[in-house]
Design a protein around this ligand. Structure first.
Ligand code: SAM
Ligand code: SF4
Ligand code: SF4
Length: 401
């Protein structure tokens, strides 16, 4: 490992009162007042239109909402904060997310009760998986309390939901035990390199890879099954692929190599910066013989591979070169209560106004059902046909990964 030392870590300034008091105290510069962000445009809640449902294919009780392309809604991603203490170049580049960036104020965020209400209705209507994300989800104060409430939800068949979180790992040592006790099922930790210079140039706040590795180890010790997300950028961290495999082989931790995506507009994405997943697999296969595995569930984003020598598994997420829109069953709820039907959407439906306007559960259920039933989104498929709509897209830290 090369270069930078832990003491160089300079967390970016965080001033929002919703943020965890466990967040490392920033050193400089002085706090800047956080002002309300300019309101994002929102789609109104549809007042008419069909709600399309289908029974579950496995015959268990309950129905699921079905969109116009026949895709069921089974997966909810909840972004709990737009704040982050990293400035990953592909997500929140410093030039665009300065220390005085206008993040959302606490009153703009959905409360845990509001998040829980939407989740409860979603689970009653077919959602089986919930992933908490952000921004950095562990910066949201008391997140373990939300986890505990979500973990208590049951599907119509009486089963617990698959509850997961994606985190940059910087607060995981402080939070892992509380999250485990609260009932979080799985954790994905993002780590784009093992080499300190490379990783710190990715997160751009000098946060050490060694500390993320320590957090992953700790999460395993408290009993979590851990996956690792690595975004691969051409000419930047391809050399980290084998190092990451090496570190996690035989540990039960599953690395997943993600194609760099054109989410949002802040990262100035270019196609020639994408490393196709087939190249990632070829690189790994040259070192260790591998074979592909079948998906564990329909709609799974990662293609699974295993080492023939028993070293475990890894995955590749080919969001750019092999669009998986046909099976996309995910909806995203932003921290201010907008529902987005695609990671590359530009506008979401404003559930918060409904929630705060005294709607009934039945009205909320119909609204979400109508929104999903009208869905036709398939951005990545259109991109691969050269027909992606050119528009201002919502940013990754707002919508979650
Ligand atoms: N802050 C947390 C983290 O980094 O794990 C959760 C939110 S982050 C937006 C979720 C995931 O999206 C991370 O694994 C991150 O690497 C990935 N991501 C962010 N921007 C991306 C991009 N442009 N292309 C591909 N993946 C991206
Ligand atoms: Fe923060 Fe995660 Fe985005 Fe990196 S990828 S800037 S850690 S939200
Ligand atoms: Fe789903 Fe949109 Fe991604 Fe296609 S591009 S897989 S519809 S989130």
């Amino acid at each position: 490992m090369s270069g930078r030392k832990n003491k160089e870590y300079r967390p970016v300034m965080i001033t929002d009162p919703t943020l965890s008091s466990t967040h490392p105290k920033p050193s400089a510069p002085k706090a800047t007042k956080v002002i309300r962000i300019t309101p994002r445009p929102a789609l109104p809640i549809p007042q008419s239109g069909p709600v399309t449902r289908a029974p579950r294919p496995d015959g268990l009780p309950g129905t699921r909402w079905i969109d116009r392309l026949g895709r069921p809604l089974t997966d909810l991603r909840i972004s709990v904060t737009d704040h982050c203490n990293f400035r990953c170049r592909y997500c929140m580049p410093k030039e665009k997310y300065a220390q005085n960036h206008n993040f959302l104020a606490m009153t703009e965020l959905l409360t845990f009760d509001e998040i829980l209400r939407v989740s409860r209705i979603a689970v009653a209507n077919g959602i089986e998986k919930i992933r908490l994300t952000g921004g950095e989800p562990l910066l949201r104060k008391g997140i373990e309390n939300l986890v505990a409430q979500l973990a208590a939800l049951r599907t119509p068949a009486g089963k617990p939901i698959d509850l997961a979180m994606t985190t940059n790992g910087s607060l995981l040592i402080k939070k892992a035990q509380a999250l485990k006790d609260a009932g979080l099922g799985r954790i994905t930790v993002s780590l784009d390199g093992i080499d300190e210079d490379i990783f710190q140039s990715f997160n751009d706040v000098g946060y050490p890879a060694a500390k993320v590795l320590e957090a992953i180890d700790f999460a395993r010790q408290v009993g979590f099954k851990v996956k690792v997300n690595t975004v691969v950028k051409k000419g930047v961290n391809e050399g980290e692929i084998l190092k990451i495999c090496e570190v996690f082989r035989g540990t039960g931790v599953t690395p997943r190599f993600i194609e760099y995506m054109d989410v949002g507009n802040a990262n100035d994405w270019r196609m020639d910066e994408v490393v196709p997943s087939r190249e990632v697999v070829a690189r790994i296969a040259q070192r260790w013989p591998v074979e592909s595995l079948s998906p564990t569930a329909p709609g799974e984003t990662a293609a699974r591979w295993r080492y023939l020598d028993g070293g475990g598994e890894f995955g590749v997420i080919s969001s750019v070169t092999r669009a998986f829109c046909r099976t996309c069953s995910r909806v995203r709820l932003s921290m201010e209560g907008r529902l987005y039907l695609c990671l590359f959407a530009s506008i979401g439906c404003d559930l918060r106004t409904m929630l705060r306007g005294g709607c009934t559960d039945s009205e909320l259920e119909t609204a979400i059902g109508r929104i999903w039933s009208a869905r036709e989104d398939r951005y990545s498929e259109l991109r691969s046909m050269g027909a992606a709509p050119s528009r201002q897209k919502v940013e990754m830290n707002y919508i979650g990964g």
